[in-house]
Design a protein around this ligand. Structure first.
Ligand code: F3S
Length: 100
């Protein structure tokens, strides 16, 4: 993965993908603690591609080309916590867990 130099903003002015934000703040523990609210984990063994996580949390749970959740672990910025929780609750396979 290339280091993120976007400042957390994508080309359209939206929030950069979660993985990019993680790279950007990896070296500064104090800043991470202030910026992240929860961590999400996706169990790839349980994911069967229902894609409800993406419908309920499109900015937290991107899909891969086959329709499966594309992330395995991500720290979620404060403004996206509601999407993170909704996407996790909506997964019928219970493939997503959330850590505080
Ligand atoms: Fe997979 Fe559940 Fe999302 S099965 S694609 S993690 S809704």
């Amino acid at each position: 993965m290339e280091p993120d130099t976007s400042g957390g903003v994508d080309d359209d002015g939206g929030i950069a993908p979660v993985e990019a934000c993680v790279v950007r703040f990896r070296g500064n523990r104090d800043e991470r603690i202030e910026r992240w609210t929860v961590k999400v984990r996706v169990d790839k063994q349980l994911c069967t591609g229902h894609a409800r996580c993406n419908v309920l949390g499109p900015e937290v749970y991107p899909l891969d080309d086959d329709g499966y959740c594309a992330i395995t672990e991500a720290e979620v910025p404060a403004g996206l916590e509601k999407q993170a929780r909704a996407g996790a609750a909506g997964c019928p396979e219970r493939a997503i867990s959330i850590e505080q």
